[in-house]
Design a protein. Structure first.
Length: 63
């Protein structure tokens, strides 16, 4: 269950993961450039979606 818990990340965790600001992360999520979903008023990001996003960025796509 612990590994499942770490598969869902907060804006703050994603910002640290990408080493960018929380404000930039929030903006990218709101613009749909980082795939995310809301639970109540809180954004959550699935880590596997970030892995896919990283692969797209490596292939030259821009966000």
């Amino acid at each position: 269950m612990d590994s499942e818990h770490h598969d869902i990340m907060t804006i703050s965790q994603v910002a640290k993961y990408f080493q960018i600001s929380e404000m930039t992360t929030y903006k990218l999520v709101q613009e749909g450039k980082i795939p995310a979903f809301k639970i109540g008023s809180h954004w959550r990001i699935q880590k596997s979606d970030l892995t896919e996003l990283i692969q797209q960025l490596k292939n030259g796509e821009r966000i």
